[in-house]
Write a protein that binds this ligand. Structure first.
Ligand SMILES: NC(=O)c1ccc[n+]([C@@H]2O[C@H](COP(=O)([O-])OP(=O)(O)OC[C@H]3O[C@@H](n4cnc5c(N)ncnc54)[C@H](O)[C@@H]3O)[C@@H](O)[C@H]2O)c1
Length: 457
């Protein structure tokens, strides 16, 4: 089938490459002419396992084309996906500027029936808004006779495993009440729905809401667990034991209950904020969502608080090795990454950072440029050279089993601040290293502090 996708970011490019790979004829339209030029040379600027190969093979086979010519995209196909960004506005609401621009573009160039499908995460009611925008543009063009439909098909892929997620989705949500649209979308996704029917049909508003509810539920699990971790620390319990204890209950499950230093990335923070805004504009107080967001903000600073607790307020002239810059493993994305909050706090306190990340070094250089207080080094071990202590911000696989002897010999102070609970505290202390992690009260270094807290309790 012929397909057009507007917006070739994480979502658009993965979707385009995956659809082309099963044989569809895909045209991608983006306003970023540089990006289009690079993609036409098969240069993929994001790190996503398997994506570059997929883009290259399908581009060379002629099934995947890139253009900045919107008219060509609109002309190509009846199916028009909208996968542009919906960044947060100043008040936290989703900025729909790009979505509306694409809708207007489609209305300007269409000359036959079109099905406009939003892939972007958009506020509830956006399909109706797109419908009005397109209708008004067609009237202004003198072509009110042209027909179109608007549907919602939110995307649930995860950065780091985006290709695999798209190829083997848990579910495909389609918000439409139009039979033809349903049939077209079913045919389009049939190759991804062979094992069993993954398509769940609902109305557009419910589909739009499903995406927010899913992300906010996951963010809630993370913030809840982080709250439990902070409490465990104060009560002398080990959150890792608690995690196993509660995860074994199938009603709770093991997924998304890892304590840490807060969620980041391009989706959870903005989607929680957007739903808060949406709730408030509907006259509803989203108490849970507000707490989720507040907990996440403070959680990003807990590792720095531990650093200050250990070294004192004066960090001037100290150097910290930092393992992990990306907001999570298997991506180079540093949007809203906890590492950024930690680096900023260290810099403000006059400290230097020696950082390593397997994929996000280029992104870090792009974000921060050359700074005297930031050294980007080419291995985890090199980050330890001349450092006072080690800080871990991302749970990359290669950080899980380090050479603790080497670590001890390199660090000026044998201390690890681990924001991802990668190690067994007993193992680390056997190597003579002091270990600060998240929520591991039972193994807390500062016994006196714990005793005094318990007395207060
Ligand atoms: N990144 C994720 O993991 C993820 C997962 C699920 C859903 N989403 C949602 O999908 C949407 C896209 O996210 P992303 O991470 O792919 O964004 P992104 O920022 O990586 O890419 C968006 C692209 O849209 C392009 N664009 C902007 N205006 C345009 C226009 N008028 N015409 C054509 N192209 C235009 C930009 O140049 C950019 O290349 C967002 O709503 C996001 O919330 C993202």
């Amino acid at each position: 089938m012929k397909v057009t996708i507007f917006g070739i970011g994480y979502v658009g490019l993965v979707q385009a490459a995956a659809l082309a790979d099963v044989g569809h004829d895909v045209i991608c339209v983006d306003v970023d002419a540089d990006k289009i030029e690079r993609l036409n040379r098969c240069e993929v600027s994001i790190y996503e396992p398997g994506l570059t190969r997929l883009v290259k093979e399908n581009h060379e086979a002629g099934r995947l084309q890139f253009t900045s010519d919107a008219a060509r995209g609109v002309e190509h196909s009846k199916i028009q996906f909208v996968a542009v960004g919906t960044p947060p506005d100043e008040d936290g609401s989703a900025d729909l500027r790009h979505v509306i621009a694409v809708a207007e573009s489609i209305a300007t160039h269409m000359d036959g029936h079109r099905i406009i499908i939003t892939k972007s995460t958009v506020p509830v009611g956006t399909a109706d808004r797109i419908r009005s925008v397109v209708q008004a543009s067609l009237v202004a063009r003198g072509r009110p006779d042209l027909t179109f439909d608007v549907a919602s098909n939110p995307e649930f892929l995860k950065e780091g495993s985006a290709v695999a997620d798209f190829m083997k989705p848990d579910r495909i949500i389609l918000g439409t009440d139009n039979e033809e649209t349903e049939q077209v979308v079913r045919e389009l996704y049939a190759p991804f729905s062979r094992n069993h029917d993954k398509i769940i049909i609902m109305d557009a508003r419910s589909a739009e809401f499903t995406k927010y509810a899913a992300n906010c539920m996951l963010a809630t699990k993370i913030s809840f667990m982080n709250e439990m971790a902070n409490l465990a620390e104060r009560l002398g319990a080990d959150i890792e034991e608690v995690r196993r204890g509660i995860g074994s209950d199938p009603r709770i499950g093991y997924h998304f209950i890892y304590p840490g230093i807060g969620y980041g990335g391009s989706c959870f923070p903005k989607d929680v904020q957007a739903l808060i805004h949406l709730a408030e504009s509907a006259g509803f107080e989203p108490a849970v969502l507000k707490s989720v967001e507040a907990r996440n903000k403070t959680q990003k600073t807990v590792l720095f608080d531990k650093i200050r607790q250990h070294f004192g307020d004066d960090l001037k002239g100290r150097t910290f090795a930092l393992w992990g810059l990306a907001f999570k493993p298997n991506t180079d994305d540093m949007r809203e990454a906890p590492s950024r909050v930690i680096m900023q706090a260290l810099w403000e306190a006059g400290a230097h950072v020696r950082a390593f990340d397997p994929e996000a070094m280029g992104e870090c250089r792009r974000l921060y440029g050359e700074r005297v207080d930031l050294a980007l080094v080419d291995s985890p071990e090199a980050a330890l050279d001349g450092a006072d202590a080690l800080v871990i911000a991302t749970e990359w696989k290669q950080f899980h089993a380090p050479d603790f002897d080497l670590m001890k010999s390199k660090l000026k102070h044998p201390v690890i601040f681990d924001g991802r609970n990668l190690f067994n505290p007993e193992t680390v202390s056997r190597y003579g290293l002091r270990y600060y992690a998240i929520g591991r009260g039972k193994r807390m270094n500062d016994k006196h502090n714990l005793v005094s807290i318990l007395r207060e309790v």
